[in-house]
Design a protein around this ligand. Structure first.
Ligand code: DX5
Ligand code: ZN
Length: 213
């Protein structure tokens, strides 16, 4: 079986102790950190932005997986790239008419490119871009909040994307991931799992991370 990349979402971490929360998931075996950026427009919630990514970058070597849930991502890609994001994932729904421009902009800064789709968006909209990007992020909850219930229907998008993609494309799933839903997603072909509340609400982060693999 190929390797499953676990990306703990710091949305559910203790923000007063972010450095130790990040180090704790690193010790527990995580190689990526998922950073949820929300603008209060694209999603009905506001979270964290560029200064926090910059501060995290100074303190960790972990791969920074940045999930932009914002309108007009083209305005902010440069800032997130310079702040030290390793992967910048934007939402298809935020920019359906300038997807290629945003892919190129992210590549211009030498960063990995991801595109995400919300639960109601058909995976076929991504087909023209699959050979130009590094990752597809399939949302299995409506983006905006941690701790929501996994939407089983959305998981069926995983094989649809997989059959049109090259071996190298990372298929990531985000929302409602726990030990049971993780198995559903990986058996359908996902190879990266974002998990926030399942990991950060656990007493033992290592046990939680191991149970997702
Ligand atoms: C939701 C975010 C997720 C969130 C997942 O909009 O994109 O990354 O942190 O939280 P859980 O794992 O609790 O569903
Ligand atoms: Zn996310």
């Amino acid at each position: 079986m190929s390797k499953i990349i676990i990306s703990p979402s710091i949305l559910s971490a203790d923000f007063m102790n972010l450095e130790s929360e990040i180090n704790a998931v690193k010790t527990a075996g995580a190689e990526w950190i998922h950073i949820d950026v929300m603008d209060g427009h694209f999603v009905p919630n506001i979270s964290i932005g560029v200064p926090v990514v910059k501060s995290i970058r100074k303190k960790t070597e972990l791969f920074l997986d940045t999930h932009l849930m914002i309108e007009n991502p083209e305005k902010y890609i440069k800032d997130f790239a310079l702040a030290g994001a390793d992967l910048i994932t934007f939402h298809y729904e935020a920019c359906p008419d300038n997807v290629n421009e945003n892919i190129n902009l992210i590549k211009q800064y030498g960063k990995k490119v991801g595109i995400s789709i919300k639960p109601k968006t058909e995976p076929k909209v991504l087909l023209p871009y699959l050979d130009k990007i590094d990752l597809v992020l399939i949302m299995t909850v409506e983006p905006g909040f941690g701790g929501q219930e996994f939407m089983h229907d959305c998981a069926m998008k995983i094989p649809e994307i997989k059959e049109s993609a090259s071996e190298n494309l990372i298929i990531q799933v985000d929302g409602g991931i726990n030990n049971l839903t993780a198995k559903i997603c990986t058996s359908l072909g996902a190879n990266s799992l974002v998990a926030g509340s399942y990991i950060y609400n656990a007493d033992d982060y290592k046990k939680a991370i191991d149970s997702l693999k």
